[in-house]
Write a protein that binds this ligand. Structure first.
Ligand code: AMP
Length: 483
């Protein structure tokens, strides 16, 4: 299917060509025909699927066709978004897609002065993108009115719920006129979200793309076992490689993100942090530096990273394993966006193995690692009968013994964990025991669910890890490229 087949305004088609979009993504192909006809929409999709254009293109088309004028102090279309970054990105996308339509777009979010927003609102706006808290402030102060809204989009409803925006949304909704055109998007459908969707949508078309646990098929996922104290050197080594053009690094806490940036800078790598303690100006500068390549490494916490929409993230590196396995999937989804491919590398310390286990259970895939990687201080072989028994690294201290203690209570691995290979795999790995990159991973735990089996690659690049790859922050070329 092509955009031309969807019946969109020719001026929108022109912008899409200018943007370099060739064909609609699956969520766009499903959603656009319904939304163009004015039908309510329930979209189950996360960022990276092209959902902004899925609701944005029909919204622009319908506003352009209706030729109405925005009311003073109000807007014709309202898009509610859970974060300021996402709100800004939605507005930027709509400005780009609608650049030949002459419609006005404005953003309203917290953390910045009210004045300019008040002035923008008072003139009247075709499309208003807002976070619920600040919009409610404007309503309370009488500086915004919503009685002429023709179209409402509620984006990332599950995040709205998580971020405590439910009361604000519950206050905004009754102010909106009926009937209206409503599009509702959420990556997941917890009961409360489904309930709200049921209340505000009228006979919606339901459109859905790949559920969370099977997304990011195009992301090549890798794992490095490394002691906490050696993560700094490993990370610097990875980031200094030329294969890394734009890397998003995840830290578990704001403080941790700042520390990672400080260390990277000390190691000669330009990086910025983005998290909740940063001002709006700092966030915008960090994002701009990331996009232009001035600082091609962005260290983020999970919440701050939500909604960051930057194409061409070549690597996602998880400096810390995430608190929830779902966050792992969200993190790796920041690369391989819009049809591109990417590499995700997780650094896992001995005390993070329980988190790794949870991730592998969720994604139903055993992450690829290499038994030979004793360079990073620890080798956490999962040997038969001794799950995760720690083998001291060559030349490294025996400190790894801790790992066994820490792993008490961890569920027993399934029949074919790493280090417990199928005969076929043992043959493929050769005498050194090094798994060829791209070799079929061990069978998954957890039964009959499908497992992604990377195509066999073979060849010289399938080499084992060596100390030298990381010790001096040196190169780890094969690992950073796709197999
Ligand atoms: P979204 O899920 O809306 O955050 O979009 C993810 C990324 O995909 C954004 O960078 C969009 O610019 C890009 N994108 C959206 N639709 C298409 C398309 N049909 N073709 C190519 N890129 C797209």
């Amino acid at each position: 299917m092509l955009f031309n087949d969807l019946g969109l305004d020719a001026r929108i088609l022109q912008s899409l060509t200018e943007e370099g979009y060739e064909a609609p993504t699956p969520i766009q192909a499903q959603a656009i025909p319904h939304a163009l006809s004015g039908r309510d929409l329930l979209g189950i999709a996360q960022t990276g699927t092209g959902k902004t254009a899925a609701f944005g293109l029909p919204l622009l088309h319908r506003l352009a066709q209706a030729k109405g004028r925005p009311p003073r102090g109000g807007c014709r279309a309202l898009i509610l978004s859970p974060t300021r970054e996402l709100a800004s990105q939605i507005a930027d996308s709509l400005k780009a897609y609608g650049r030949h339509l002459g419609l006005s777009v404005a953003v309203v979010f917290g953390g910045v002065p009210h004045g300019p927003q008040r002035r923008a609102l008072s003139a009247g706006i075709d499309i208003l993108v807002a976070t619920p808290g600040r919009l409610q402030d404007h309503l309370d102060q009488g500086t915004a009115r919503l009685d002429r809204v023709e179209t409402l989009v509620l984006d990332e409803a599950d995040q709205m719920l998580d971020k405590g925006f439910w009361p604000a949304i519950r206050r905004i909704l009754p102010v909106l006129p009926k009937p209206r055109h409503t599009m509702f998007f959420s990556a997941t459908m917890p009961t409360e979200v489904a309930k709200l969707a049921g209340e505000i949508l009228v006979d919606p078309a339901r459109v859905e793309v790949t559920p969370v646990a099977t997304t990011a098929e195009r992301v090549e996922q890798k794992l490095i076992f490394v002691e906490q104290g050696r993560k700094r050197g490993v990370l610097a080594g990875l980031l200094k490689d030329g294969a890394v053009t734009r890397a998003l690094v995840f830290a578990r806490t704001k403080h941790g993100a700042d520390r990672v940036v400080k260390n990277l800078e000390a190691d000669g790598i330009a990086a910025n942090a983005i998290h909740g303690n940063k001002s709006q100006g700092q966030r915008e500068r960090a994002l701009a530096d990331f996009k232009t390549g001035r600082a091609p490494v962005l260290v983020a916490t999970d919440i701050a990273a939500r909604g960051i929409d930057v194409d061409g993230v070549s690597h996602v590196i998880q400096h810390d394993m995430p608190d929830t396995p779902e966050a792992y999937v969200h993190r790796i989804g920041r690369t391989a966006r819009a049809g591109a491919s990417g590499i995700a590398i997780a650094l896992c310390a001995p005390d993070e193995r329980e988190k790794l286990w949870q991730v592998e259970k969720l994604i139903r895939t055993e992450l690829k690692s290499d038994d030979q990687r004793q360079d990073v201080g620890i080798a956490m072989r999962r040997t038969p009968g001794r799950p995760d028994a720690v083998k001291p690294a060559k030349g490294a201290s025996r400190g790894g013994g801790r790992g066994q203690q820490q792993n008490r209570g961890r569920p027993q691995p399934g029949p074919a964990r790493e280090g417990q290979r199928h005969p076929q795999q043992a043959r493929e790995r050769g005498p050194a025991g090094a798994a060829p990159r791209g070799a079929a991973p061990s069978a998954p735990r957890g039964g009959d669910a499908p497992v992604r089996r990377p195509a066999a690659a073979g060849g010289q690049k399938d080499r084992a890890w060596r100390d030298a790859d990381f010790r001096d922050g040196g190169n780890a070329p094969a690992f950073l490229r796709r197999s």
